[in-house]
Design a protein around this ligand. Structure first.
Ligand code: FAD
Ligand code: UDP
Length: 383
């Protein structure tokens, strides 16, 4: 009855389903275990009428023209250059650390000298990972690096990952480099913002297609089984495509042990004031148990009397009911465990793994959209 089954209605699943249905005229079944679409991008109005991102702040940012124009079919945008500040012992300074931050933390004369030094060493506009900066041959540059390391990276990373910046994959801290410019924006991409009326309506429009059937509150594990290299759906062999965007270990009942993830506890609070912190996101880089506070109205542009914030408390993922695996912990050991699971799918040519969970790696929304578009093309070319 269906040509393809897509598991998960996050950005990976939603884009793939839409493409298979629209470009391939396929009948596509989307199974989603949560009671809503959008995966971690899901947003909704809270009890006070404030639009909040239920799984932490999401800002769409991209330099990929085709991704921006593809998603623009399903939404208009509220564009803004996203800025983040760090709270360092009560003082708010721009993150990523850049030349403006330099002048905030050093006196004018010292900052001017260090600015020259950094520009000579790396060139104006360059983006230098903190771990690289710490290894620089010039002592004065290493001193700046030590300041940034201690005040921006060390404690935040310990909270977020339970590990030091050296212990985690360098790609992760490399996402927030030291920037040799006056640009305070968190991302450098040409397009930045959020869907004008929210992420959720964008997903709803994407999945609203005659070829797509959506089943919410349905864990694929209940209806889809794997035996001897075959897929069974509702007890019958299914020979179509399966696009799986959930955690790979759960597909096999974690038979080799759980793939490690970091999770987050989100604690929301509403205040009867117009403005709580004056910024969309404040990172707590030297104090507190939470990593950051997001005040949603600054991200969504919503005008309302009160304001809602969320604090993020990182925790180890244990797999207990209701807990969500957010961040794959990328290292060699975990990657080889992942590979063992992936080997269990050998020979199942129509079973595809896609997304942050199924591929066990970090993707932004734009990269995920790009991969989903490419996977759909690949599947349609194979069929
Ligand atoms: P998900 O969004 O996790 O979707 C997977 C879906 O599959 C979920 O809905 C899940 O319920 C469902 N599922 C899993 N297993 C099953 C099953 N067995 N049966 C049925 N359904 C199942 N990216 C950005 O570009 N900008 C940001 O600002 C940004 N901020 C982020 C902040 C946080 C706190 C986090 C955690 C991520 C952030 N991201 C951001 C990344 C963004 O969330 C991901 O790129 C995106 O969600 C990946 O989409 P996905 O479809 O792979 O995964
Ligand atoms: N990071 C940090 N301090 C900051 C911001 C980021 O130490 O103020 C580190 C931290 O290890 C984090 C990584 O850089 O996990 C990547 O940050 P990013 O904001 O990209 O993470 P996200 O929350 O988007 O996953």
């Amino acid at each position: 009855m269906f040509d393809s089954i897509v598991i998960g209605a996050g950005i990976a699943g939603a884009v793939t389903a839409r493409q298979l249905a629209e470009r391939g005229s396929q009948k596509v079944l989307v199974l989603e275990k949560r009671n809503h679409v959008g995966g971690n991008c899901y947003d909704e109005k809270d009890a006070f009428g404030v639009l909040v991102h239920a799984y932490g702040p999401h800002i769409f940012h991209t330099g990929l023209e085709h991704v921006r124009s593809y998603l623009s079919r399903f939404t208009d945008w509220y564009d803004f250059g996203h800025e983040v500040v760090a709270n360092v012992y009560g003082k708010l300074i721009p993150v990523p650390f850049n030349l403006n931050t330099l002048y905030e933390v050093y006196d004018e004369e010292t900052a001017a000298r260090l600015e020259k030094l950094l520009k000579n060493a790396f060139g104006e506009g360059s983006r230098v990972p903190i771990l690289k900066l710490r290894q620089h041959e010039e002592e004065e540059i290493r001193k700046i690096a030590d300041y940034v390391y201690e005040n921006i990276f060390l404690h935040y990373t310990m909270k977020q990952w339970g590990q030091t910046p050296e212990e985690i994959d360098p790609e992760v801290t490399g996402r927030v480099p030291v920037v040799i410019s006056r640009d305070n924006r968190y991302f450098q991409d040409k397009y930045q913002g959020v869907p004008k009326d929210g992420f959720t309506p964008m997903f709803q429009r994407m999945l609203d297609h005659e070829g797509i059937s959506l089943m919410l509150n349905t864990d694929a594990g209940e209806v889809l089984k794997l035996h001897d290299g075959k897929v069974f759906f509702d007890g019958e062999e299914f020979r179509g495509n399966v696009i799986y965007t959930g955690p790979l270990d759960e597909l096999f009942d974690c038979c080799y042990g759980r793939l490690p993830y970091r999770s987050l506890d989100f604690v929301f609070e509403h205040y009867d004031c117009r403005d709580f912190q004056g910024h969309g996101v404040v990172n707590y880089t030297v104090s507190e148990d939470y990593t950051r506070i997001t005040e949603f109205k600054h991200l969504t542009g919503q005008r309302c009397e009160g304001t809602t914030i969320v604090r993020e408390y990182p925790v180890a993922y244990t797999g207990k009911k209701g807990q969500i695996p957010y961040y794959a912990i990328m290292n060699e050991e975990n990657r080889s465990l992942y590979d063992r699971y992936r080997d269990l799918l050998k020979g199942m040519d129509h079973f595809y793994l896609l997304g942050r969970l199924a591929e066990y790696r970090y993707y932004n929304i734009d990269a995920m959209t790009d991969r989903a578009l490419k996977l759909a093309e690949h599947i349609l070319a194979e069929d």
